[in-house]
Design a protein around this ligand. Structure first.
Ligand code: PLP
Length: 223
């Protein structure tokens, strides 16, 4: 599970729900995999502490990643778990692809320890917040009353409810014709009528233009 800035909704699990989840997992003897690639992107105050920090009986396996904060191509992350589990997973990975070369791992470790890492994160957080705000302003300008969303406080995505009833797949077809793409909510198993926008990848000057095209596509379907 992904308690901080969940992909795709951006939701943050409350402390109360975290406690409930840990209680249920421990009652049933179930492990929890805490998949946390977004906490270090938090741009409005620090992200809530990981579930792992509340785990008193070692049932949470915590996974972090450089994919969303440095380079997805590195395919490097970290795991906090009991030693026996780390060993078994390392063995499984070894059997899958003989393991990742140690050189990129050493580069990543050096980067994380270096004096560049903290300023890098601060710059990233500011840029993400700036782009999130641009996206929100563009949506408010182009589609007032036609979309609803909660501004995410971290992560790379904005989850958006379309007020008019439209099929998200048809909307995607229309949007592609206009030259813009988004991920339809149904890809994630949600009801139709939700879309996920990603604000990390586009350049700042592309965000307003992209939302104009999206708005044209939406209007075309509802008129
Ligand atoms: C919740 C979540 N976990 C993990 C990943 C991927 O991380 P990695 O590239 O380290 O496998 C993603 C990427 O989309 C994600 O959204």
């Amino acid at each position: 599970m992904n308690p901080n800035f969940q992909n795709p909704t951006g939701t943050v699990f409350s402390v109360e729900r975290r406690k409930q989840l840990l209680d249920v997992a421990s009652e049933l003897g179930l492990p929890i995999v805490e998949d946390d690639p977004f906490s270090l992107t938090a741009f409005e105050g620090a992200a809530p502490s990981p579930l792992k920090s509340m785990d008193s009986n070692g049932s949470v396996l915590y996974i972090g990643s450089l994919s969303k904060i440095a380079a997805s191509g590195l395919r490097i992350g970290w795991l906090v778990a009991p030693h026996s589990i780390v060993e078994r997973l390392a063995d499984a990975r070894q059997q899958m692809d003989f393991g990742l070369s140690v050189i990129p791992q050493q580069v990543a470790a050096q980067f994380i320890r270096s004096s560049y890492f903290k300023p890098h994160l601060e710059r990233l957080q500011l840029q993400l917040q700036f782009k999130r705000d641009l996206l929100i302003e563009s949506l408010q300008k182009e589609l007032p009353d036609l979309v609803r969303f909660t501004p995410p406080r971290g992560g790379l995505h904005l989850w958006c409810k379309l007020v008019p009833e439209v099929h998200d797949g048809k909307l995607l077809e229309e949007a592609i014709k206009k030259g813009v793409v988004f991920v339809p909510g149904s890809v994630y198993g949600s009801d139709s009528g939700f879309v996920r926008f990603t604000f990390a990848r586009p350049k700042t000057e592309e965000i307003g233009a992209g939302i104009s095209k999206f708005a044209e596509a939406l209007r075309e379907l509802i008129t």
